[in-house]
Design a protein around this ligand. Structure first.
Ligand code: DUC
Ligand code: ZN
Ligand code: ZN
Length: 459
C-alpha cells in the first residue's frame, strides 16, 4: 500500500475503534490491524476522522461593493489547516445573467487554485423561465443539484414568494434541493431605513434591524410553501429559537425540512456588537448573533435532530478597509465573518468537550450528513473501503490559542480571537495526498478538483 495511517482511533458517524487505514492512490483500500505501506503515519493517541465537509462558504464572492477576502487559493488552504477537505461554495448568479454564465465565472476563479476538493451550489437571484429551465441542466448535467435563494437582501439578492415557489417545484421534480436564507427582507429594509433616519448608525443596529421573529416568519412561510410544492427544503445558518421551532414543527408533520447552523451562532452572542471602536462590525453577518438563550435552543435542536449539519457561512472581510466601509452606516458594513479554518477546533471544544454532542455526532454533523444531503456520500463523508482517502488525524490533547496571527484565512481578525481550544487537526489528507503534515503545509494549489454531486436523496 502507498500509505498507511497506523494505530489511531477511527471515529465515524456510527463507530469508534482502533485500526490502521490502508490507502492506494486516492482511495481507502483496507481497514484493519497490522497493515504496512511504503509510507506510514503514526496516529497513536490520535483520533482519525473522515475529512470534514463545509457546505456553506463564500470564497472570492462579489458582495456589497467588495469581494469576500479569501481567494480560492487562500480559502481552501485555510480550510485544510482546519481539517476541512471539501467545500461546497455558493455561486451567485448576476441579475439578468444566466446560471451558466455564473458557473463559468466561478469555474474561472476556482480552477487550478484549490488545495482541496470542492463543489458548487447555485445561488439564484433572478428566477425566470430561462433560469428555471437551466436548473434542470445544473442538476442532471453539471453536478449542481442545490440552489440557494434569499428571502433577505431586498433590492439585490432577494427572491419573492412566487419565484421561490416555482424554484421549489422545479427542484422537487428533478431531484434538486432548495436552500434558503430565511429572513424577511421587506421588514428588515423598513427597519433599516427607520434606524438610519434616527441616526442610529453603529454596528449594533445591524442586529436591531433584523430581529429573530423575522427569521422565524421566513422559515414558517418557506416551510408552508415547500409543503404546498411537495419539495424538500434546507434552511441555512439558523440562528434562533423561532427558526428551529418552525423546523421542528415542519418535521413533526413529516415534511422533508432540514437545517444547518454555524459555530458562531452556537458560541458567540449579541453582546459582541457593543465592543468599542467599531469592533462590533467584525460580527456583522446575517442573520446576526443572537442571545445565549438562542444558543441553547440551537444545541437542543441539534440533539433532537432538527438541525443536521454544521457549516461555517465563511464570508471573510478585512476589518481594515472592508468592514470600515460601514463606519457611518451599519447597512454598508459587508455582511460576513471568517470561520473556514476554525470550525472543527471550535466545535470540538465547545461541542464535544462541553458534552453537547458525542464524538459520533461531531462527525455526523460536520462530515457524514453534509455528504449525504449534498450528493457526496459515500465517496466522501466516511472512512470506508472504496471512499476517497480524505482523512483528518486529530490530536485531542493539542491546545491552541486561536488568533488571526496564527491562522491562514486571508483576513485580519477572527471572531474567536483568544479562545483556547483543546483538540486540533495535525495531519490532513485529500484523496490520499498529504495536504497538512504535522501542522505544516504539504499540499499544493491545483490539487483540489471540482466534484460533480449526485441529486438529492432524503436523509
Ligand atoms: N450572510 C452573510 O453574513 N454573509 C454572506 C451572505 C449571507 O447570507
Ligand atoms: Zn445567507
Ligand atoms: Zn452564506
Amino acid at each position: 500500500m502507498d500509505l498507511v495511517i497506523k494505530n489511531g482511533t477511527i471515529v465515524t458517524a456510527t463507530d469508534m475503534y482502533e485500526a490502521d487505514i490502508g490507502i492506494e492512490g486516492e482511495k481507502i483500500v483496507a481497514i484493519g490491524k497490522g497493515l504496512s505501506g511504503s509510507k506510514e503515519i503514526d496516529a497513536n493517541g490520535m483520533m482519525v476522522f473522515p475529512g470534514f465537509i463545509d457546505v456553506h462558504t463564500h470564497i472570492e464572492m462579489p458582495f456589497m461593493g467588495t469581494y469576500s477576502s479569501d481567494t480560492w487559493e487562500t480559502g481552501t488552504r485555510a480550510a485544510a489547516f482546519g481539517g476541512t477537505t471539501c467545500v461546497v461554495d455558493f455561486i451567485i448568479q448576476s441579475k439578468g445573467g444566466s446560471l451558466q454564465a455564473a458557473l463559468d465565472e466561478w469555474n474561472k476563479r476556482a480552477t487550478g487554485n484549490a488545495y482541496i476538493d470542492y463543489g458548487f451550489h447555485m445561488g439564484m437571484t433572478d428566477i425566470n423561465d430561462d433560469t428555471l429551465k437551466e436548473m434542470e441542466t445544473m442538476i442532471l448535467e453539471e453536478g449542481i443539484p442545490s440552489f440557494k435563494l434569499f428571502f433577505a437582501y431586498k433590492g439585490s439578492l432577494m427572491a419573492e414568494d412566487d419565484g421561490f415557489y416555482k424554484a421549489l417545484e422545479k427542484a422537487g421534480e428533478f431531484g434538486g434541493l432548495i436552500m434558503l436564507h430565511a429572513e424577511n427582507g421587506h421588514i428588515i429594509d423598513l427597519f433599516t431605513k427607520r434606524l438610519l433616519a434616527e441616526k442610529k448608525t453603529e454596528p449594533m443596529y445591524h442586529a436591531v434591524s433584523r430581529p429573530s421573529i423575522l427569521e422565524g416568519e421566513a422559515c414558517q412561510r418557506a416551510i408552508a410553501l415547500a409543503d404546498l410544492a411537495e419539495a424538500p427544503l434546507y434552511i441555512v445558518h439558523n440562528s434562533c429559537l423561532e427558526a428551529v421551532e418552525a423546523i421542528h414543527e415542519g418535521r413533526e408533520r413529516g415534511l422533508p425540512i432540514y437545517g444547518e447552523t454555524c459555530p458562531q451562532y452556537l458560541t458567540l452572542d449579541e453582546e459582541r456588537y457593543t465592543e468599542p471602536d467599531f469592533n462590533g462590525a467584525k460580527y456583522v453577518m446575517s442573520p446576526p448573533l443572537r442571545s445565549e438563550f438562542d444558543q441553547d435552543a440551537l444545541w437542543f435542536a441539534i440533539e433532537r435532530g432538527d438541525l443536521q449539519v454544521i457549516s461555517t457561512d465563511h464570508c471573510p472581510f478585512f476589518f481594515k478597509g472592508q468592514k470600515e466601509m460601514g463606519k457611518d452606516n451599519f447597512a454598508k458594513i459587508p455582511n460576513g465573518a471568517p470561520g473556514i479554518e476554525t470550525r472543527m477546533a471550535v466545535m470540538y471544544t465547545a461541542g464535544v468537550l462541553e458534552d453537547w454532542i458525542t464524538l459520533n455526532k461531531f462527525v455526523e454533523l460536520n462530515s457524514t450528513n453534509p455528504a449525504k444531503m449534498f450528493g457526496l456520500f459515500p465517496q466522501k463523508g466516511t472512512i470506508a473501503v472504496g471512499s476517497d482517502a480524505d482523512i483528518v488525524v486529530f490530536d485531542p490533547e493539542k491546545e491552541v490559542t486561536l488568533s488571526a496571527k496564527n491562522l491562514h484565512q486571508n483576513t485580519d481578525y477572527t471572531p474567536w480571537e483568544g479562545m483556547i481550544v483543546k483538540g486540533y487537526p495535525v495531519t490532513v489528507l485529500s484523496r490520499g495526498k498529504i495536504v497538512i503534515e504535522d501542522g505544516k503545509l504539504a499540499g499544493e494549489k491545483g490539487w483540489g478538483k471540482f466534484i460533480k454531486r449526485d441529486r438529492f436523496y432524503p436523509l
